[in-house]
Design a protein around this ligand. Sequence first.
Ligand SMILES: [Zn+2]
Length: 287
Amino acid sequence: MDYLVTGMAENKFRLVAISGKDTVEEARIRHNLSHTATAALGRTLLGAGLLASSFKSKYERILLQFRGDGPISPLIAIADRFINVKGYCENPKTELDLNASGKLDVGKAVGLGMLYVIREREEYEPYRGTVPIQTGEIGDDLAYYLKTSEQIPSAVGVGVLVDGSGFVRSAAGILVQVMPGATENDITEMEERLLELGSLSHRFDRGETPVSLLDQLFTNWTKLEERPVRFSCDCSKERFQKGLISLGSEELSDLIKKGEAIETICRFCNKQYLFTVDEMKGFLKKA
Ligand SMILES: [Zn+2]
């Protein structure tokens, strides 16, 4: 089962590590994702989960939207306080050649453009941040967003390992946020240790866990919380029903005249909801 662990390294760094193999595999199956799309959407889902780890309020959630000029964009993920994550990309069939490092070319698939972030919280105006996409590799872009938009210097690493048949072998991420107690020297050392770690997804494929990963990085850290992580969508037939009713009586009548059931699909989880002509006639009274 997937989960994330939060912690503190003295008063210097806030830490979050996530394992998300089942979550990303679920996204792959639901959206029938290519290898490249599995890595791209998977990293974005992991990133949304990492950023949602600080939420306290029940209704708090974060939306990440990568709008680049690559074939997979836009790439969208949402995570809530309970680390329910969901998301989709425009073109799930996108497949590109491996990049120069022999990795799935997420950067090219996403392309350059803008990253939009929206944080929603009940009774508050949503917080909106927009930054230019730096590399499209997701982790770099989220770190850049946190530093420039939220003024929290951070390191973000997210990785997904896909096998030859497209199955997710591992999915992992880490977020290290610099706290006021960290000196320049602490930060440099932390960055060096992060670089030395190498590929997170390969480490998790060999049995690394969120806790053992943080143990590798920090000799003196305290675990604060553990939260389960899952792919989960809160869509329902009622919600799509409301959408149909909101079309108004004229458009509903046109749909009914066609005499065919209407199929609606949730973009986030690909679930289909079917509405019969008789159901639609019932909606006319409410429209
Ligand atoms: Zn859904």
